[in-house]
Design a protein around this ligand. Sequence first.
Ligand code: FES
Ligand code: MG
Length: 586
Amino acid sequence: MGSNDGSARRSSAWFAAEGRNGFIHRSWMRNQGFGPEVFDGRPVIGIANSWSELTPCNAHLRDVADAVKRGVWEAGGLPLEFNTMSLGEPLMRPTTMLYRNLMAMEVEETLRANPLDGVVLLSGCDKTTPAMLMGAASVDIPSIMVTGGPMLNGKFRGRDIGSGTAVWKLSEEMRAGKLTEADLREAEGCMSRSRGHCMTMGTASTMACMAESLGMQMSGGAAVPAVDARRYVLAQASGRQAVQLVEQDLRPSQVLTREAFENAIRVNAALGGSTNAVVHLLALAGRVEVPLELGEFDALTSEVPVLADMMPSGRFLMEDFYYAGGLPVVMRELGALIHQEPVTVTGRAIGEEIAGAECFNREVIRTVSEPFMPAGAGTVVLYGSLCPDGAVLKVSAADPELLTHRGRALVFDRVEDYTAAADDPDLPVDPDTVIVVRGAGPKGYPGFPEVGNVPVPKVLLEAGVEDIVRISDARMSGTGYGTCVLHVAPESAVGGPLALVRTGDVVELDVPGRRLDLRVDEAELAARAEAEAASAAAGDGAKDSGGGARRGWSKLYTDHVMQADRGADLDFLTGGSGSEVPRHSH
Ligand code: FES
Ligand code: MG
């Protein structure tokens, strides 16, 4: 019999067993009040829940799981909810990105080790979405994602404020003397006024849209607000669909094709989405062994205009985006730029899913003929003597005047050094200064934190300068903005040219030409490299890769993390190990 035969399912290796082992697998499960009939060979659907009170963006996912369970029961499956690791941006230090691969490993191993035939992945906050997709992809059992949905729009003193973006804006206003600490405290409760993840087009909303455009989340699913009843309708439908996926044996490897990645990359450009999507998509592509290079992102998006007028680049928030018709409208609007054939978790082609999409607000989602911003305004990839393996910059978040720029570097080895100096009235800066922050890459920090959008020096803010060029091997929050060159690879901690820049060097940024260059002659750079190597050999460990990690996860991570252009996954996690049932435990 085919894949519809219950005895061919993974779960049957546990629940259909006779004798001692079958007794063990079933008996303890019955303490939860399950009758013998749930072991009749029906599809067992895991509900991987990244719920946590330490991840406020995911704190409502227990309720979402209940709706998923209804759907699984309804379709004749057995739902089994379990916790996964959770990664919350607001609290976790030094950065959630240090733990994305750990969570992906944890999800992968949990799926493989248990009697699961399929899984519903519940994510929300930034890294929880790629971590779950990466883990599920490496097991390759039928999987469907349900993201938790965005918060309602922030509302402060009569205007809409966006999560994250408002933090950067309001805190700059306070530093410039326009707001008080008390004003800022009042804004806290106004910004985050419902359950859900950030409602700007930051990393969480971007990654929810990536899951949808890749075909791993039901069409229309990304934008439904967390508190909207329709999110629970969607969750229930996804539970039903998970059972169907098992019946059809439709796996992530069939969904996550090269064409699906091309769609997602173009969608990210059309959304003016987060720079972090670049890193996560590269890592996910590595898991399914779809060839994808950082340098290809530019060519793939060269004809894609920004259609969504969304914060941080534009005006609107996710609630508006949902009411305007959400992601299917963007994808339909992109027309021939979107591959129509890739199959999604509904079992239908993405083209079918988006064919009927209708736009209800052209202010929020524009047309290709009258876009919000022209093609090339999304995230672009730069190469040059300062970033031989690439760097990224989000054009829509930058000051157009600075996109072609020549200035002198002011260099900081640690982001804390810059933070301490940023408000110094004597900081030697002018509007042309290029702030260089290093030691913030995957190995160096360690963990690749979102510190690349360091604040503009206070003396410049007071003089009315709101943006300057900033260069780092760090990432930037998806809600951040500014002319920030990010993800410089190789990072300084592994000896990239970024390590050789000195204060006063001339740096040239040429975004139209996709270049970032250090104007220092090669003989001088070679001499500096030699001096660096000598000081490292002499035991000056400050710049050692790994930030001195000696044990535990940080050690494993720094020993194996790949550079930004490879998605910062661990080298031994690329590809997958499949879903073969492991050996007996007793
Ligand atoms: Fe969790 Fe923004 S902090 S989504
Ligand atoms: Mg973020």
